[in-house]
Design a protein around this ligand. Sequence first.
Ligand code: NIG
Ligand code: FE
Length: 416
Amino acid sequence: MRLLIKNIHQLIQTKKNNEVVKGKAMKDLPMIENAFVFCDDGKIISFGSMNEINEAEKNANEIIDATDCVVGPGWVDSHTHLVFAATREEEFVNRIEGLSYEEIAKRGGGILNSAKKLQAASEQELFDSAWQRLMDVIDMGTVAVEIKSGYGLTFESELKMLRVIKRLKEKSPIAVKATLLAAHAYPTEFKNNHRGYLDFIIHELLPAVAKEKLAEYMDVFCEQGFFSVDETNELLEAAWHYGLPPKIHANQLHHSGGVQIGVKQKAISVDHLECVGEEEIKSLQGSNTMPVMLPSAAFFLNLPYQPARKIIDAGLPVALATDFNPGSSPSGNMNLVISLACTQMKMLPQEAINAATINAAHALQLENELGTIAFGKTANLFITQKISSYAVIPYSFGKPVIDKMVLNGKIWKQNF
Ligand code: NIG
Ligand code: FE
């Protein structure tokens, strides 16, 4: 199947290499105006200015006229919890009335509330609701997604969640990566027996997950009241033993030391970063760990936004993700994340787009397949409505301007 997209107003992110974009370079968003892209057999084969198009490209089986539209490589969402059993709007109301996220968690709400509901749900129910969420995020421009466990918190339920993620991966038209997050919260029965829960993860769960190849990464919620730095270190060491690199929750609520332990353990990414100062920045400099920011979680919990400017101005890269989950970010809309990055974190549209494409692809080790418009990459593209420039993507906050998706070189239609 040969597909031609022609007359593209702006073809964005035509970066020539797959390297991480850092510091000042985040302001550069390479693009071609009045452009075309030609895809064959699911891959990007050629692209360029309309006056370079050749006869073979013009004779594609399918042609899309993208006059006045922006075309880009699609968003990579490197941090979600999109398998869950139920929404948590009662906690949302409690927070409006004055309770904090941490207070709700201490009373057995939060993650433990979601765990109780997930434990009671069947694998099929979880699959069906997660599948719908996956379809919805694709329609909003997402072309790869990471999904975490962490609402199971028992042997059976963590495996149940990971098997749901495995099924999503098998059926999904986009790349899905799975992360083991059993260390999301201490289950009630282990509240006073942390050692017991750590031993359970290290000696029972991790070997079973590795044996069934159910996860690619290991996550720990390294935070006061959740998992300490030492506990995180021990868990990540054990995960490396099974070949699972870390991608961790760090510094969401406090200066917890999570960033430093993530860097020490060679994490692919450290995510959240609401609380980041000089020490965390110093530790990230010289490391290959990607700082991933989740502004929709800060928005929804009314927490201070992540200091993206400080991080970028220190010469570091930033990636953006949604954190899609029922407690702190019940939205998988990457366009909104990009808008928040611009309006609240003072990132320029081109910085936010770099953060949501190539840098996000690095946070999922997918930089050779996705994240830019380049020869041989998977033809997963978004086509916007008619807009005057790519800056309308974050400007039009709350309403995605994505009109069509191309996945694996074909026009994507839900339920098709
Ligand atoms: O990334 N902070 C830890 N985990 C999730 C939220 C979990 C929940 O509230 O259900 C997060 O924000
Ligand atoms: Fe999260």
